[in-house]
Design a protein around this ligand. Structure first.
Ligand code: MN
Length: 518
């Protein structure tokens, strides 16, 4: 279990007050969860501590870290909102409540709802930090998924791929996205995961050993040429993204050039170009694979030099060269920008920036398309921005794109996104928190048929927000709807006056026809 000192040691420039606050939250959470265990048998606090640690390691501020430590207290322990408010203040409370609210949004299990669910998720979170805490929470849950009962594993893993991964991607959090994908992949597609692993090992045996050897060669060469202050790392392409690429390349692993990648992190832009020159002298570059994203950053702000080379051992290697700053942005995306506490700003004003969220909304509301476009060409696709800009350029640019595409370019894009999307659809919940996406004007009858035609056909009554409601009541966003069924109940022709969805209308007509025949 991470200790509180390990967490505090990850803070950028911590002061006494930050340390004290985190210590207090750590002890408070330990006490609140003292009687709980994880499926693994470990104390529940291991989970809360892991969330806090991951947030600290990403460079998040002290209150976000506190909220990470406390994120399950309101939901799972006797601790109340008032307690959190009194002990930690309204900002921590706001974040913890945000995370708690999100846990009522549940994956419905069908592709048809995914887009709505992602949007609902984003809309519900209200503050980007809530989303980031939730992602980190999910990352630790995925790391410990093997202890969870088998029947739950697949649903959680699918939810991770369908909902959390696209959100991490939108936030430019490349590292977290890759981790989530590779943890979920074997649970969702067990056969495919085995096949990808086998294909990979048949090509390279131990790919990490191959990479380690090439790295030594490069390190030696750089040092010989007096480039001393640099850092190298390498990675094998994530299994899940390799899977998508293999499908496209008809499982020909030799057609994939970014399977093995090495990264060189240097101190300055000048050193980036110098390193590129040294590498091209050492190893033969492949034509048309040299990309200068430093001089020409990607639309999302991503900066690096890319090249692909063949080494003396005939290993094809993608190499990325970037500065430390570019690296931080590429790894943590939006988290690397907004949440660094500016050293000159006091604690009280440093962290909370709700306006950031508004700026991000359009990015998150863009269609979450299947990757394999621009992204697949790059190692751990990254969204980031040139430094020294308060609002990352990729965010404002995406905002502009969104404006451009929408009908009303002058309106505020948050409202725009809302009116565009929420004017057509509403989201209502089942009593256990599953989300159902319906057209505006839908009634409990539509809800009933959306759940199952058998339930629709035997609808007797409905409770909306735990109170009895008429079957023709128009539902609102966020309503909790419960259907009361009776064996003897059957569809009435009157239902056709207020059923909005074609699914409901079709079943009602069919049932009426059936009963007329008899
Ligand atoms: Mn949790």
């Amino acid at each position: 279990m991470y200790t509180v000192d390990q967490i505090i040691s990850k803070l950028n420039d911590p002061n006494q007050a930050d340390g004290d606050l985190i210590r207090k939250a750590y002890n408070y959470a330990s006490e609140a969860h003292k009687n709980h265990k994880r499926y693994s048998g470990e104390p529940y606090m291991t989970h809360a501590a892991a969330a806090g640690y991951k947030l600290a390691a990403m460079g998040m501020g002290p209150r976000t870290i506190c909220a990470g430590l406390l994120h399950d207290t309101i939901e799972d322990t006797p601790v109340t909102s008032e307690d959190i408010d009194r002990e930690f203040g309204d900002e921590v409370l706001f974040l913890v409540e945000g995370v708690t609210k999100l846990s009522s949004v549940r994956y419905y299990g069908t592709d048809r709802h995914n887009e709505s669910l992602r949007k609902l998720f984003v809309a519900t979170s209200q503050d980007i930090r809530v989303l980031i805490i939730k992602l980190v929470d999910r990352l630790h849950n995925m790391e410990t998924l093997s202890y969870v009962p088998e029947e739950k594993q697949r649903r959680i893993a699918r939810e991770t791929l369908e909902i959390y991964v696209p959100i991490a991607h939108r936030l430019g959090m490349g590292k977290l996205r890759k981790e989530l994908e590779d943890l979920a992949f074997p649970y969702v597609y067990p056969e495919e995961a085995k096949r990808v692993k086998k294909t990979l090992s048949s090509r390279f045996g131990n790919a990490n050993e191959v990479l380690e050897k090439e790295r030594k060669t490069l390190q030696k060469r750089l040092a010989e040429l007096k480039l001393t202050d640099f850092n190298t790392s390498y990675r094998v392409k994530g299994l899940y993204s390799l899977y998508h690429k293999l499908k496209i390349k008809e499982w020909d692993i030799n057609a994939i050039y970014d399977l093995l990648a090495m990264r060189v992190i240097v101190n300055s832009v000048e050193d980036c170009y110098r390193t590129l020159g040294i590498i091209h002298e050492l190893w033969r570059p492949l034509p048309k694979r040299v990309k200068d994203y430093i001089a020409f950053p990607k639309p999302n702000g991503y900066q690096s030099l890319h090249t692909t080379v063949t080494t003396q051992n005939s290993v094809i290697l993608e190499i990325q060269i970037r500065t430390k700053q570019m690296h931080q942005e590429a790894e943590f995306g939006v988290a690397s920008h907004v949440f660094y506490k500016p050293p000159t700003v006091s604690d009280n004003s440093g962290e909370k920036k709700p306006s950031m969220f508004s700026s991000l909304v359009p990015a998150l509301f863009q269609p979450f398309s299947r990757r394999e476009t621009e992204s697949e060409k790059n190692l751990e696709k990254s969204a980031s921005t040139p430094h020294n800009q308060k609002i990352p350029r990729w965010i404002s640019q995406i905002g502009q794109t969104y404006h451009h595409e929408s009908k009303n370019p002058t309106s505020n894009f948050v409202e725009d996104a809302e009116s565009d999307f929420f004017s057509n659809r509403i989201f209502v919940f089942t009593p256990i928190g599953d989300v159902v996406d319906l057209p505006v004007g839908a009634t409990p009858i539509d809800f009933s048929y959306a759940i199952h035609s058998e339930i629709g056909d035997h609808t007797f009554g409905a409770n909306v927000n735990r109170k009895p409601a008429r079957l023709d009541k128009e539902l609102n966003n966020g309503d909790i709807v419960e259907i009361v069924t009776r064996k003897s109940a059957k569809p009435s022709p009157k239902w056709l006056h207020f059923a909005k969805t074609s699914v409901a209308r079709k079943h009602i007509r069919a049932a009426i026809e059936q009963s007329n025949k008899i």
